[in-house]
Design a protein around this ligand. Sequence first.
Ligand code: CP
Length: 314
Amino acid sequence: HAHLLGIEQLNPFDIITLLDLAETYVDLNRRDVKHSDALTGLTQINMFFENSTRTQASFELAGKRLGADVMNMSMQASSIKKGETLIDTAMTLNAMHPDLLVVRHPHSGAVDLLAQKVNCAVLNAGDGKHEHPTQALLDALTIRRAKGRLQRLNIAICGDIAHSRVARSNILLLGKMENRIRLIGPPTLLPSPFKDFGVEVYDDMREGLKDVDVVMMLRLQKERMDGGFIPSEREYYHRYGLDAEKLSYAKPDAIVMHPGPMNRGVEIDGEIADDINRSVIQEQVEMGVAVRMAAMDLLARNLRARRAEKGVMV
Ligand code: CP
C-alpha cells in the first residue's frame, strides 16, 4: 500500500503482517536503547487539525525512534488561520519533499483527498467520523497479546458508536478477523447502517455484555453531536457506564479497553479503568507507539521500492 487511509483497504494478511512487525517494535521500545534506522534520511510531518494526546505523541516518538526527521506542524499557528485551504497547505508542505505525512482532520474523507494530491505516503491519524486505522491496529495488537488470538472472540463495543471513527475502524478490522461483534448503546447513538455490518446490536449493557471476552468502551463525543440530542451524564453513566456490576456479566477474564481520552464517571468507573487485572488501557497506549512504527516502516519500504523503480535515490 502507498498510504494507510483506513482499515477498509486492508486484508487479513496485511493486518497480521503489520501486527507481527509491531511485536518486534514492542521489544525494541522496552530496551534502554530504542533506536532503529528504518526511517533514517526520511522526513515525517505531523499535521493535526484536531486535538490529540496519544496519537500525536506516539507518531512523533515512533518517527524519532526509527530515525526520521520529524516535524510537528502547529496547525493553530499555521496560515490555515488566515484562510489557506487544507489542500494549499498540504501542497506547500509537499513542495518541501516530506516522505511521510501524518494527518488528523475533523472532516471525514479529508485525509483521502489530501493523499490524492501529494507525492508521499499519507497516514490517517483520524478523520471525522470515518476511520482511525492505527487505533484499530493497536487495539488488535493489545487483544492478540491479552487473549493469545485475534479470531473467534466475542467483542462488545459500547457507547457512542454513531460518532466514533474508532468504532468504525474496529468493526471493520475485527470483522475481517472473524470475531463476533456486539454494539451496545442507546438507540440515538447507534445508527442503523451499523446493523448491516454483520454485528449484533443491544441497548441494554447487561444483556450485551453477557459472556464477552473483550469490553471496549467509547467516549461520548459531544463535539460531534452538533445540536443533536446529548444525554445527561448522570443518566448515561447509570445506564451505559461500565462499573463492576455491569462488568460481572462478561467472562471472568474479559479485558476492558478504552481508546482514550477517558471521561471517568461518564462512560467508565475510575476504579475499573485503573484495575490492572482487567484494564489494558495503558497497554493500548504502549502498543500505539509500536503499531505506528510498524505502519511507517512498511510504508517507507513501499515508498523506497517505488522510487527505486523510477530510478530516484532515497
Ligand atoms: N485515542 C486517541 O486517538 O487519542 P487522542 O485523541 O489523544 O490522540
